[in-house]
Design a protein around this ligand. Structure first.
Ligand SMILES: Cc1cc2nc3c(=O)[nH]c(=O)nc-3n(C[C@H](O)[C@H](O)[C@H](O)COP(=O)(O)OP(=O)(O)OC[C@H]3O[C@@H](n4cnc5c(N)ncnc54)[C@H](O)[C@@H]3O)c2cc1C
Length: 204
């Protein structure tokens, strides 16, 4: 009678050498999750676009040794260059071609032409998408998405009556406690709705 969707989302890891191997070991997406344990180490940040540059200022809170890699994906404006310089953040615009590991840890960022920049930690923002299960519901039941990576919910219920959603797939903020909290709240909403229905049908 009721379904609670909580299948998470999919991180689409790029096909760069070392990326998958180091994901979750030296390559992370959230400094609040991993920053404290890795503070003051040699950090890098692979920025996807010009809007992402602002985020490098946040990363500086955990380490004085930060290099932002643009991989030549976008042109850096003079004002951004100046801002990074004032915040003592180094900028490297050469194409990133891979991540070299030593054991299970990052040793260096590999650049086109064979150069390397020694780094111990990288922050990256891989694209995220809904799982095949959710996309199947979008296609077959018209389940509504609020954004391409977020299922629309109203009081934890999706646009399809009886289907609830919780966790990363229904939130723009991703985190274990946020996901657990929303799972709890969704279960409450689902339970109340189901109990009411069963009572009115004389089944309780
Ligand atoms: C590398 C990394 C590190 C992170 N570190 C932290 C951290 O330190 N602290 C923090 O708060 N958050 C962290 N996060 C974020 C956190 O993991 C997520 O926000 C949280 O796990 C989301 O919970 P969820 O239940 O929505 O989804 P998930 O934890 O992704 O769980 C969904 C589950 O559903 C399963 N599933 C998928 N499809 C199906 C299907 N069709 N049928 C059955 N099962 C299915 C999946 O296999 C998975 O087990 C990290 C994320 C990543 C990627």
């Amino acid at each position: 009678r009721r379904i609670l969707l909580c299948v998470g989302i999919v991180d689409e890891l790029p096909d760069l050498p070392g990326y998958r191997q180091l994901w979750g070991r030296s390559l992370y997406q959230c400094p609040y999750c991993h920053g404290w344990e890795l503070r003051d180490r040699a950090w890098g940040y692979l920025a996807n676009d010009v809007a992402c540059l602002e985020w490098s200022l946040l990363l500086r809170a955990w380490t004085p040794d930060l290099v932002v890699f643009t991989s030549g994906r976008f042109a850096v404006r003079g004002e951004d260059r100046e801002l990074l310089e004032r915040c003592r953040i180094r900028l490297d615009e050469r194409p990133v071609v891979g991540f070299r590991a030593e054991g299970e840890s990052l040793a260096a960022v590999q650049l086109a032409g064979g150069a390397e920049v020694r780094r111990e930690v990288m922050f990256v923002r891989p694209p995220q998408r809904q799982t095949g299960l959710v996309m199947g519901l979008v296609a077959s039941f018209g389940l509504k998405l609020a954004t391409p990576d977020r299922v629309h919910v109203d009081n934890h219920q999706t646009s399809v009556r009886g289907i609830y959603a919780a966790g990363d797939l229904a939130s723009s903020a991703h985190g274990a406690l946020i996901a657990a909290g929303s799972g709890n709240a969704a279960a409450h909403a689902l339970g109340e709705d189901l109990t009411r229905e069963l009572l009115l049908e004389g089944m309780l």
